[in-house]
Ligand binder design. Structure first.
Ligand SMILES: Cc1ncc(COP(=O)(O)O)c(C=O)c1O
Length: 478
């Protein structure tokens, strides 16, 4: 029997307790904390544990039953549905009910073809802009320089190839103002691995993590997976607000200060200083996820939060997924000295080191300046695409507002208050679009909105996709 640890209900929220409970149990299932076939506690125990009425718990479970997340077995109780599978695109799906028991989903008869993102899937770079010829040249050069050593196990490379760590440190110091020695830079399999490892390292059961709400879902799932309790922090025009009243001892604050994901708001200087002060006073760690800060159009990127920190509490995380290509799976974390040794030990247990050929290629790509030319090219192309996208919406007079549009890969459009963003996102999905609802990223109520990505699509693709999407939006919002 699984207890539902880590659930947190906000009694001041506009979202009902029943809705909050159902959403959070769904997240536990989606993150794998609860597996298909796991027994759930009784509604009586849930009600007592969370100090809510029995009816509230029953209604939340009824909802999970009707959506297929949970199934009831006569005289045994409630279980996580055995018919839940993870689709190839990482969206959790509930398959139609089959027999009971912990059976695996049948394997698809044919492998799913590798595809391109549907419009307007968020956070996707345009891989057509990537200079593959130059990359291949660098790869050949790396192999010529290092020979077959790149093909061996290399125990000293657990934290990454030294040449790459040195180049990343130089880039972070020059472009992002990050204060670090190259030995603090650890190369990870995308920033997601860095977030997961930091969760394992810094969090234990019931520790409190303060996160942006709405915010990056996969980070939240990683904190929950470590057993921590997630406390949603509200956003306003200056970004994340610190807790207004005591919430207990916070172990970790997770933030995307340069461009909040997914709303796009930047953390103001006053809030940055307040956050650093809070971390220094309370001993909390702060994770700065700087996933796409280079992509600021019309103004230079904002300096990193870590560059302002004198207390050594900010852990800087970054990725090459957005600036180069996501399947490269290379990211990095600047680990504060006191955590470095244990972080590297943990990294050693998960995958020893990452592919050395790719790391050596990337080191040359950075060193040669090709990296910087590529960023400039992307910035220019993406700025044009963003302007086109915003122009099409402005001309359409649709009631969608884009309050934060100074850069990035996504534009979050805020809908009129009375609209249901999940229903609209579903409707767009049926019409061949991939536009998530803002509420999908939220723990508490958020204004209804849609998160559009524009970077992966050329101007003609944006125009034609917008023309196809327009009737759906007109019908739902007009
Ligand atoms: C805010 C944020 N952080 C981290 C990531 C993870 O990127 P990756 O694991 O590919 O480096 C993403 C991906 O979309 C993201 O949006």
């Amino acid at each position: 029997m699984r207890t539902l640890e880590g659930l947190w209900l906000d009694r001041t929220s506009r979202v009902t307790l029943q809705e909050q409970l159902a959403r959070q149990i769904k997240e536990l299932i989606q993150s794998g904390v609860l597996a298909p076939g796991d027994a759930l506690p009784s509604t009586r125990d849930v009600a007592t544990g969370l100090n809510i009425s029995r009816n509230t718990a029953v209604n939340a479970f009824d909802r999970l039953l009707s959506e297929g997340y949970v199934e009831s077995v006569a005289r045994s109780g409630l279980f996580v549905s055995s018919s839940i599978t993870l689709s190839p695109h990482s969206t959790w799906q509930v398959r139609p009910k089959a027999g009971r028991g912990r059976t695996l989903a049948p394997a698809p008869s044919r492998p799913t073809p590798l595809g391109a993102p549907l419009p307007f899937r968020p956070s996707q770079p345009d891989v057509a802009l990537f200079p593959l010829l130059i990359w291949n040249r660098m790869r050949a050069r790396a192999l010529r320089l290092e020979g077959r050593s790149l093909l061996r196990y290399q125990a000293p490379c657990v934290a990454g190839l030294p040449a790459l760590r040195q180049n990343v440190a130089a880039y972070l110091r020059d472009s992002r103002g990050v204060r670090c020695d190259w030995r603090q830079v650890v190369i990870t399999s995308g920033s997601q691995q860095a977030l997961f490892l930091l969760g394992m390292l810094l969090l234990g059961p019931r520790d409190l993590v303060y996160v942006e709400d709405p915010g990056y879902l996969e980070a939240r799932l990683a904190w929950r997976r470590a057993g921590a309790k997630v406390i949603p922090g509200p956003l306003d025009e200056q970004g994340l607000r610190l807790p207004a009243r005591p919430v207990g001892k916070v172990s970790l604050v997770y933030t995307t200060p340069s461009r909040q994901f997914p709303t796009g708001v930047s953390l103001s200087l006053a809030r940055r200083l307040a956050l650093i002060d809070y971390a220094g006073r309370t001993g909390a760690w702060v994770i700065e996820d700087d996933y796409d800060s280079e992509l600021r159009y019309g103004a230079p990127p904002l300096p990193s939060l870590q560059s302002l920190d004198r207390s050594g509490r900010v852990i800087y995380v970054g990725t090459f997924s957005k600036l180069l290509f996501p399947s490269l799976r290379l990211g990095y974390v600047v680990v504060p000295e006191p955590l470095l040794e244990t972080f590297v030990e943990l990294k050693h247990l998960i995958d020893d080191h990452l592919p050395l050929v790719d790391q050596a290629t990337l080191a040359l790509f950075l060193e040669s300046g090709a990296f910087y030319s590529h960023i400039r090219r992307c910035r220019k192309a993406y700025a044009e695409r963003q302007a086109l996208f915003l122009g099409l919406f402005a001309d359409s007079k649709l009631p969608i507002a884009f309050p934060h549009a100074d850069g990035g890969m996504n534009l979050t459009g805020i809908l009129p208050d009375d609209r249901n963003d999940e229903a609209l996102s579903r409707r767009l999905g049926e019409a061949g679009f991939d536009v998530p609802a803002l509420s999908r990223y939220a723990v508490r109520a958020s204004p209804p909105g849609l998160v559009f990505g524009f970077t992966a699509f050329t101007p003609p693709e944006i125009r034609s996709a917008f023309a196809r999407m327009r009737p759906e939006l007109d019908a739902a919002l007009g």
